[in-house]
Design a protein around this ligand. Structure first.
Ligand SMILES: C[S@@+](CC[C@H](N)C(=O)[O-])C[C@H]1O[C@@H](n2cnc3c(N)ncnc32)[C@H](O)[C@@H]1O
Length: 212
């Protein structure tokens, strides 16, 4: 994302977070907790971590967490909450695609990538999903939850193109779908409505050229 667009996004979210001492609820996403609980802890990246409810929960479970977000206000809250709880979470104030491109160039990969209620436009969504999938180790997991199109006017952004359908998540490059379903109400950040939830795993062979 060009720097001027990133600064506008950062300022917009900083203003939104500054409106309340805590904008989103503190509990982790229920679907994330359900899917991740059986896994051994590893490295995780929380993309658009906000105030960090999912990052903090993951860190509490023993995951080594990197939290990326545009908003300095949100990341400041996350860092304070982590310090209060004696947890360690790396915070990065950057655009998600810029961060993922740099991680890829550096050869950094993660065992888990989380995208919770990130609603870019129709061009940005596949870009972020592909980059998140590419950041995973072979066998690493991708978790996505977002407001479903049927929630238009009830929850999430007011533009239909920013809301998810199951088709948007069915064919993320390199990802085998383990679960893709609609869930209601309580996995939402702030309002009732319907969510789409993807739990997927990166192919073992993606990006690896077979020996001839
Ligand atoms: C609705 S909040 C969700 C926060 C958190 N994932 C949760 O579930 O509580 C969306 C967050 O994504 C961040 N965000 C959206 N687009 C971003 C981008 N392109 N780069 C970095 N952060 C972004 C915003 O700053 C905001 O904190």
């Amino acid at each position: 994302m060009p720097a001027d667009q990133f600064h506008a996004l950062r300022d917009q979210w900083d203003r939104r977070y500054a409106e309340a001492p805590q904008l989103f609820r503190a509990e982790p996403d229920e679907s994330l907790a359900e899917f991740v609980a059986p896994l051994p802890p590893g490295t995780a990246v929380d993309l658009g971590a906000g105030e960090g409810r999912n990052s903090l929960w993951l860190a509490r479970q023993g995951w080594d967490v990197t939290a990326v977000d545009a908003s300095a206000v949100a990341l400041g809250r996350l860092a304070e909450a982590a310090a209060r709880s004696g947890l360690s979470v790396r915070t990065v104030g950057e655009d998600l695609v810029t961060f993922l491109a740099a991680a890829r160039d550096a050869g950094d990969t993660f065992d888990l990538a989380v995208l919770a209620y990130i609603h870019p436009d129709a061009h940005g969504r596949p870009e972020i999903l592909s980059a998140a999938a590419a950041s995973l180790t072979a066998g690493g997991h991708l978790f996505v939850v977002g407001h479903h199109l049927s929630s238009l006017g009830v929850a999430g952004p007011p533009q239909a193109e920013r809301l998810y359908t199951e088709d948007d998540l069915r064919r993320v490059p390199g990802i085998d779908v383990l679960s893709l379903e609609l869930r209601h109400g309580d996995s939402d950040v702030s309002a009732p409505g319907t969510d789409v939830v993807l739990w997927g795993r990166r192919h073992g062979s993606v990006g690896v050229t077979p020996a001839s």
